[in-house]
Ligand binder design. Structure first.
Ligand code: DX5
Ligand code: ZN
Length: 222
């Protein structure tokens, strides 16, 4: 059970301090948006390279960008430990996942709420994690989409049948009131933006979320 706070809701003028506040988390989730794949613009590789130099924990980059086949591998080469691309944007996901892994990172594909998992089940052998979006990608602070939980359960079942250590991440609207339903459905990596950085103490919020899912650990194991 791993917590990956999204710095999308952090103070962008003080990212080093914000990363230090979540040093007790497993990952720092960094949302890269290009204003084409999603209608919002955040940051790109130069900023991620700077974050890599100061982050006390590994970086989990969520690339909401067009042409990930071209732009995702450089994040892995720069030292990002987990690189997630959107399956809707990838031209050759097998080759892309292999490029990311060859550069030393974990490879992951993400599914928007309207994208089914079944057509991509064959990709499980190529990736280390599947991200099931529980909001429409683009913005923090949106309401959790409980109708995505059956998809989480479907991916969990496919991972169980496939075998191996493939993680299932949920991202969007994850908070103290929704995280347990995600764990019950089979997720084991939890992204939370506003629930962590909107809290009085980001450090305490990470611990609270961790405490809520700790007892679900056995369930998610393959
Ligand atoms: C949305 C991003 C999320 C976002 C989540 O497109 O991928 O990572 O930061 O924010 P919350 O947790 O506030 O929904
Ligand atoms: Zn994200």
């Amino acid at each position: 059970m791993q917590i990956s706070p999204s710095i999308l809701s952090a103070d962008f003028a003080n990212l080093q301090a914000e990363l230090d506040a979540i040093a007790g988390a497993d990952w720092a989730h960094v949302d890269v948006m290009d204003n084409h794949f999603v209608p919002n613009l955040t940051l790109g590789l130069p900023v991620v390279e700077s974050l890599l130099r100061v982050s006390p924990i590994p970086i989990d980059a969520h690339l909401m960008i067009e042409d990930p086949d071209r732009w995702a591998p450089p994040y892995a080469e720069a030292g990002v430990a987990s690189v997630t691309f959107h399956i809707e944007a990838a031209r050759d996901p097998v080759r892309l996942a292999r490029d990311i892994r060859a550069a030393g990172a974990r490879a992951c594909f993400a599914l928007k709420p309207g994208t089914p998992f079944a057509p991509y089940a064959d990709l499980l052998g190529e990736v280390d994690m599947v991200l099931v979006m529980t909001v429409e990608p683009g913005f923090g602070g949106q309401a959790f989409m409980a109708d995505q939980l059956p998809k989480v359960a479907q991916v969990r079942e496919a991972v169980r049948r496939h075998g191996g250590e493939i993680w299932i991440q949920v991202d969007g609207g994850v908070s103290a009131s929704t995280i347990e339903a995600c764990a019950q459905a089979g997720a084991d990596v939890f992204v939370a933006g506003s629930a962590v950085f909107g809290a009085e103490s980001a450090t305490a919020a990470v611990e609270e979320l961790r405490g809520l899912v700790a007892r679900h650990g056995a369930h998610a194991r393959p």
